[in-house]
Design a protein. Structure first.
Length: 142
């Protein structure tokens, strides 16, 4: 039996962790987590606005609740591993005049949310991607 040096053992441990962590991040269940949007489609948010997403815990249908800037929304989604598809979005119907661009941002966010096909959760971020594999929504923990 060959004895490994401490350096070799440390290298093997680092390699094993490096191979396991990315898979764990991608498969993490979003249910029961809450997030605030920091960027979508490479654009910053309109100053003075907040967009949130709270993934409701199970049992029941997979749901997201949050603020879309002016209005509240609920989205029903389907999930298989890291794949995600928004089935339906329900939105309250208020109109906000300020800050400038808030209603356009809200509409763009909801449309972008409908384009999501998969996601990845890391310890401190939730990232959602479209069918082309482009990152479209980036959230920090709430």
């Amino acid at each position: 039996m060959k004895h490994r040096t401490p350096y070799e053992l440390l290298l093997l441990l680092a390699l094993a962790l490096g191979l396991m962590l990315p898979a764990c991040w991608q498969m993490m269940d979003p249910a029961g987590t809450s997030w605030t949007l920091v960027r979508f489609r490479e654009a910053p948010l309109v100053s003075g606005t907040t967009i949130t997403a709270e993934f409701l815990p199970q049992p029941g249908p997979w749901m997201i609740e949050g603020s879309a800037s002016c209005n509240s929304y609920q989205a029903i989604y389907e999930r298989d591993g890291s794949e995600m598809r928004i089935v339906e979005i329900l939105v309250t119907e208020m109109y906000c005049e300020e800050p400038a661009g808030i209603m356009e941002q809200e509409q763009s966010y909801l449309e972008t949310l409908m384009d999501v096909t998969h996601y990845r959760i890391r310890v401190d971020q939730l990232e959602m991607f479209d069918a082309a594999g482009d990152p479209v929504l980036l959230y920090d923990p709430l």
